[in-house]
Design a binder for this molecule. Structure first.
Ligand code: P53
Length: 476
């Protein structure tokens, strides 16, 4: 093979809560993203008890895609997008999450959005749950610590699969389901699973329980999709940060292997429909008694995913230490800085080769088609007086990653479906809630405090990516 296959899905990726705004439009309910304030690098976003007056909630307005999507999609079409990855805000369809019937105005919004995409020749790629579950499910049910959420999620999935089956072929269930491996911090448990911990609570088993219910819900959704329409393709979505050993010391290597086990077992369950033995042994050693029933095990085997969607931004590194004889991985304390790579302004390690490694790692392990559904460089952009942004650093980052992706396809034989860089239009950062951490080919005039006209303009990277798509990745 000389390059990317015909029909390769070039495009861009976003998530509803990070760009739509319109947080109370069309009957939408309050989501977990609506109760998170703006933070910064090193300043965590505050999770408030409901929406409080006087706080800055950047997702409420975001970049107002809700009202401006027609113009934004035209810009994506101008770049030549074959696909557009976004999510369906669960709270537009089931405002509280536990209703029996969906909200028609919310369903209509996505009908219109998908029709507009299709009119422009852009195939929608849809995530069901991307850090925006109904906040009501947190306050009334404790989030995904509660088994009842399986039923609510599967109802939501059934409604949207049925409604959009002729408009949307490619789906993903839970965005970056494995972020919650980072359970000591508040962000990932809350955004992945609507988990708020009591002071002193043992967080780890709660995380495993929530993830288990999500994996069962995902499997039931995959099964439902096949029953509704066998042409639907449902994938998982994994945040891939490959974890390297800091040295070739044997214990560093074992530490890295354990770290990979602890961060990526989610993929095993999604793809193979069962838990890896190392994790079952770990549960036993730690005395975690989880609610995993025979019925759940059965469901998992019947809902294995069709492809693996993943994000790739950076690699991690780890090393063994004397105070950790079991070589257990703890995402808060076990990561070390890699001396061979540079970092972004937000401390994310820049490692294009890590993308080739990740593609090979996934394909060796699972032999399923892969889809890179996020990749990108969060940076501070400067708007020039003529309205352009000279973001050569973004072009450098993306072209280096695409070059490695091409090696994985051409030289290594990985089956890759497509590539959708993250935040193809500037949007609210998930991790920090900032606007100034920008990823887009399209600049949006808005700052961290929420000031700005929301006007859109093309950055230098816009024409560059247009050419990449036009040449099917031949010209970087
Ligand atoms: P932001 C952590 C590590 C890798 C990916 O992130 C992550 C996170 C969470 O911050 O999130 C994904 O906006 C996520 C997107 C997010 C994007 O990466 O923090 O799927 O919602 O915006 C970039 O710079």
């Amino acid at each position: 093979m000389s390059g990317f296959k015909a029909g390769f899905l070039w495009g861009g990726a976003v998530a509803a809560h990070q760009l739509e705004g319109g947080w109370q439009e069309g009957g939408k309910g309050v989501s977990v993203a609506d109760v998170m304030t703006a933070g910064a690098h090193g300043v965590p976003r505050e999770i408030t008890n409901g929406v409080l007056p006087g706080k800055n909630y950047p997702n409420h307005e975001a970049i107002d895609f809700y009202h401006r999507y027609k113009d934004d999609l035209k810009l994506f079409a101008e770049m030549g997008y074959k696909c557009f990855r976004t999510s369906i805000a669960w709270t537009r369809i089931f405002p509280n999450g536990d209703e029996l019937t969906p909200n028609e105005a919310g369903l209509q919004f996505y009908d219109d959005l998908f029709d507009e995409c299709l009119k422009l020749g852009i195939e929608p790629v849809i995530t069901l749950s991307h850090f925006e579950m109904p906040y009501h499910l947190v306050t009334e049910y404790g989030g995904w610590r509660n088994r009842k959420l399986i039923e609510f999620f599967v109802r939501f999935a059934n409604v949207v699969f049925t409604r959009y089956q002729h408009k949307v072929k490619y789906w993903m269930t839970f965005n970056e389901i494995n972020n919650q491996a980072n359970f000591h911090e508040d962000f990932a448990p809350f955004t992945n699973s609507g988990l708020k911990y009591q002071p002193g609570e043992d967080r780890e088993p709660v995380m495993y329980q929530a993830a288990h219910y999500e994996l069962v819900a995902s499997a039931l959704a995959v099964k439902a999709a096949r029953e509704i329409n066998p042409s639907l393709q449902v994938g998982c979505m994994i945040a891939m940060c490959p974890i390297y050993p800091l040295s070739c010391a044997p214990n560093d290597m074992m530490m890295a292997m354990n770290a990979m086990h602890r961060r990526y077992w989610f993929t095993d369950v999604h793809v193979r429909g069962k838990y890896p033995q190392h994790l079952l042994n770990y549960f036993e050693r730690r005395g975690f008694e989880l609610d995993i029933t025979d019925e759940d095990r059965q469901a998992l085997t019947q809902g294995c995913v069709d492809y693996i969607g993943f994000s790739y931004y950076m690699s991690f590194a780890t090393k063994a230490t004397d105070d950790n004889p079991q070589l257990d991985y703890d995402e808060t304390t076990s990561l070390v800085s890699n001396p061979y790579v540079q970092k972004s302004d937000w401390g994310w390690q820049i490692d294009p080769v890590g993308l080739r490694y990740s593609l090979n790692w996934f394909y060796d392990h699972y032999q399923l088609p892969l889809f890179i559904v996020e990749n990108g460089f969060g940076a501070i952009d400067v708007l020039e007086s003529d309205g352009t942004v000279n973001d050569q650093y973004r072009i450098d980052y993306l072209s280096a990653h695409i070059a490695e992706m091409k090696k994985a396809v051409v030289e290594d034989g990985v089956d890759l479906m497509g590539y959708t860089p993250w935040g193809c239009i500037d949007l609210v950062s998930a991790g920090t809630g900032e606007m100034k951490k920008r990823y887009g080919f399209i600049y949006v005039d808005k700052d961290n405090e929420g000031n700005g006209t929301l006007a859109r303009s093309r950055k230098k990277s816009f024409a560059w990516y247009q050419k990449v798509i036009a040449t099917n990745g031949e010209e970087l």
